[in-house]
Design a protein around this ligand. Structure first.
Ligand code: IPD
Length: 256
């Protein structure tokens, strides 16, 4: 039941974002930062997702990017990003998705990420592996960081500090390591799970950006921690996901 509702809610959001993609005169407002858009598609996607969840589980807690916390005394919490990769979406770049995770008693137990523009539906349930369009996926086996292809992202509000995003990216680029910036943390994580990327890290994401991708990477055999190497919590900003083999080397490189 939980899984079916998660899949239905993710599909409902994806249908909405497909409808609005490349719409002329898309209504866009801005959140904090120079260009941090929220579009009418974000709010419409969120509404469609809420409708599905509320129909089946009216008493579950919901945490969603555009509406914040809808607190309920439930052990179940739905963590929702109605469009992850909103800048891409607003620009007509088809690297964006709907991302929804289910947390039970403080633990992420299921996640779904759907990029309808590439027809790619990622799903994972605790202990049951991760899939892309129903087929099992696995992280890479690469062991040499110098041959790795990794991804990162940057915050909307850049604040210069010690070992900030510009400092850490330099440690990879100066050594010739391939670094990608896709613009969707949820898809960065899924692409680590699917073996397209060997690792992904970012200094500051939100719970809704990372929650579903976190369990998808774990169930694909990867490792996900904060930037200090502690088990990842969606309620703190730093994230490092890898194929497990490269994890210590990634941490060492970020902090060197
Ligand atoms: C953003 C994207 C981006 C990442 C940012 C996120 P949004 O989410 O995931 O790749 O670098 O940190 O905030 O705003 O598109 O939902």
């Amino acid at each position: 039941m939980l899984k079916n509702v998660l899949l239905e809610a993710t599909e409902a959001g994806a249908k909405v974002i497909q409808y609005y993609f490349n719409t002329k005169n898309l209504q866009i407002s801005n959140k904090e930062g120079a260009y941090n858009p929220v579009t009418e598609a974000d709010t419409a996607s969120e509404k469609a997702i809420f409708e599905v969840i509320r129909k089946h589980f009216p008493d579950h807690f919901i945490l969603s990017e555009e509406s914040g916390e809808m607190e309920q005394a439930s052990e179940y919490k739905w963590i929702i990003d109605p469009i992850d990769g909103t800048v891409n979406f607003a620009q007509g770049i088809p690297v964006c998705c709907v991302s929804i995770a289910v947390e039970k008693a403080g633990e992420i137990i299921m996640g779904a990420v759907y990029n309808p523009f590439m027809n790619e539906f990622y799903f994972a349930e605790k202990g049951k592996g991760a899939t892309l369009n129903g087929e099992q996926i696995h992280v890479t086996k690469k062991a040499d960081l110098n041959k790795a292809c990794i991804a990162t992202g940057f915050p909307y509000n850049y604040v210069e500090s010690e070992n900030d995003p510009l400092t850490s990216i330099g440690k990879f680029i100066k050594n010739g390591i391939s670094v990608r910036r896709l613009g969707s943390a949820a898809l960065d994580l899924c692409w680590v799970a699917a073996g397209r990327l060997d690792a992904y890290y970012e200094h500051k994401i939100h719970s809704w950006d990372g929650a579903a991708g976190y369990i998808i990477v774990k169930e694909a055999g990867g490792k996900v921690t904060d930037l200090q190497g502690n088990e990842y919590s969606v309620y703190q900003p730093g994230i490092l996901a890898s194929n497990t083999i490269l994890h210590e080397d990634m941490l060492a490189r970020i902090h060197q």
